[in-house]
Design a protein around this ligand. Sequence first.
Ligand SMILES: *[C@@H]1O[C@H](CO)[C@@H](O)[C@H](O)[C@H]1NC(C)=O
Ligand SMILES: *[C@@H]1O[C@H](CO)[C@@H](O)[C@H](O)[C@H]1NC(C)=O
Ligand SMILES: *[C@@H]1O[C@H](CO)[C@@H](O)[C@H](O)[C@H]1NC(C)=O
Ligand SMILES: *[C@@H]1O[C@H](CO)[C@@H](O)[C@H](O)[C@H]1NC(C)=O
Length: 629
Amino acid sequence: MESCVKGTLWMILALFTPPLFDCSTFCPRGCLCQSHGHFLCSDRNGRDLLQQLTVDTYTLLLDKGNMSVLSEKSLENKTLLLRLGLTNSHLHTIHPLGFHAAPQLKSIKLTNNDLSTLPARVFSPLSVVEEIYLDGNQLEIIGPDMFEGLGGLLVLDLSRNKIRDLPPDMFDGLSNLLLLNLGRNNIKKLSPTIFHTLTKLQRLRIYHNELAVLEPGIFDQLENLIVLNLHHNQIKSLPPRMFWSLEKMTELTLSYNQLKGVPHKSFYNMPKLKKLTIYSNPLLSLPDELMGHMPYITQFYLYETNLITVPGNLFANMSGLLELNLHVNEKLRYLPPDLFCCLPNLVKLSLRNNSLRDLPPNLFSTLTTLQILLLNQNKLRTLPENIFQDLTSLVTIDLRNNRLNTLPGDIFLSNTALTAVTLGDNPWRCDCAIREFLRWIRKNDNIVLDKDDVICHSPFYKLLRGLHTLPDDEFSFCDEKRTESLFLTQTVSYEPTQTTYSTSVTPTTESTTSETTTYSAMVYTSNSIQADVIPIVSPVFHEILVVEQGPEYVHHNIHKRWVYVWFLPSGSTSVGSIMFCYVLLLVVGLVLILAAMYGMHRLGTAMDKISAECAQNEEDTMLSDLVHA
Ligand SMILES: *[C@@H]1O[C@H](CO)[C@@H](O)[C@H](O)[C@H]1NC(C)=O
Ligand SMILES: *[C@@H]1O[C@H](CO)[C@@H](O)[C@H](O)[C@H]1NC(C)=O
Ligand SMILES: *[C@@H]1O[C@H](CO)[C@@H](O)[C@H](O)[C@H]1NC(C)=O
Ligand SMILES: *[C@@H]1O[C@H](CO)[C@@H](O)[C@H](O)[C@H]1NC(C)=O
């Protein structure tokens, strides 16, 4: 698309711009001739074009040139040509002597063609060449002497090919190379000495390959390296001190590999580092001392790992961090108390999409510059009191999608700059404990951005009511002194995850029917209870009743909004007698059924007999009638 636009632009310019340079200079159709001898062409047949161009051509960059073969003669008579570009031109063959005619070439760009092999030593005549771009071809194998003798080479780009193997001595002699790009190939292995002569190399890119192993010492001679890209490989482990010689490094990428761990002190001795990536590795743990002094790193990401926790001093040497994203780690459950101790400039901290269950009380106590704090998508059940108290610059906080059911009313008291709070998708419990927080919500209605999603999950008669819609007087009963239960005889506790209340289980005869009933527990139910109907006896509305060491449960029923729970008296003798009665009843029933069956059988036989007799009688009468007639 871009090249298309560019091509059109050139065409237009070529057609309508009067030549600014020497009137006699020839500029072929479809080319942009910037100055004498420099041709930028597009959509031209390469062969024709090369024939048209005269000796004094310095630069020829031809895009979409439709030139499948670079022959022995293609560059003949171009003795001044310094830069040749043939891109997107379906070039699939280069004659072994293709460059013989132009040994003065300094730059060759053959990007995005169809080259699958190169003749042996095809670049050898180019003794002063500085740049070779072969990216975006189909190269699988490159001969060991392909770049031999090119001591002046500065840039070699072999990316986006299908290279599987690199001969160990392939780059020997390229002692001036500054950039080597091997990215997006199928390289599985690199010889430990392959880069040893590249002492001036500044950028080494090996991303998107299939490297599983990095040989110890492979980067040791690369003292001038600034950028090392190793992301998107299959690297399973790093040798110790892998990068210790690379003191000038500003960028190191190791993301998207198979690292389960990283050796102790791996990232020491890189004080100029500005970018370090280790995310998207199945890291199980990180060592206690990992990061050396690296004050220039301003952003750090650690996500998609299997970490359960991280060492407390992990970020201690990253004092320049402005943004820290320790998020999307499915298993991350614990954070050490002083993890963010030494980040005096931090503005954004993302801890979202982890599995955090609780936070250490002083976790954020040093982050006075923090403006954005993301804690959403975790499993937080409670927050320590005063946890946000030192975040005086906090503007945004996201607490969505946790397991919070209540918060203290003064939790945001010192966050005076706060303008955006999100609280939705939490199982808020709308009972007395949340009253103060509701007051805060009502008062800061405009700050709570998702207030329609901030809804009660319990008690169930308040289910789905928005917290900001609950008037304070619905909680006025919280003020009244709780009357002790009148009938208290036995304590019943509720599910342990909830705040424990007690209610009464009382022997009562209020309950109707059956003499076997000796206990009934009373628990308020129904969503239509009104304060004036029910006297305040005990905290109300429990969904789960757990009877500890209580009598045996028989069944329950609901009558006039009361739940009656029926029990058997445990351990008493009446259990035996009741059981006996029960068995007796069964036996009697069985006997009665058998007796009834026997009776039916007898009745049946009797009926048969009678009907047979009747038939006999009838026959007799008929016979006698006949006789009389
Ligand atoms: C490319 O060149 C070949 C011959 O060199 C010619 O047959 C073909 O039509 C050309 N294709 C385009 C798109 O110009
Ligand atoms: C190069 O120049 C020589 C002498 O001027 C000429 O004979 C030859 O045909 C030219 N080659 C090409 C490919 O133009
Ligand atoms: C921080 O870096 C210094 C020097 O690079 C090192 O001595 C120290 O051990 C590092 N601290 C941690 C916690 O790794
Ligand atoms: C974060 O969690 C939410 C909800 O569980 C999910 O929809 C979202 O895709 C997650 N984000 C990432 C980057 O995994």
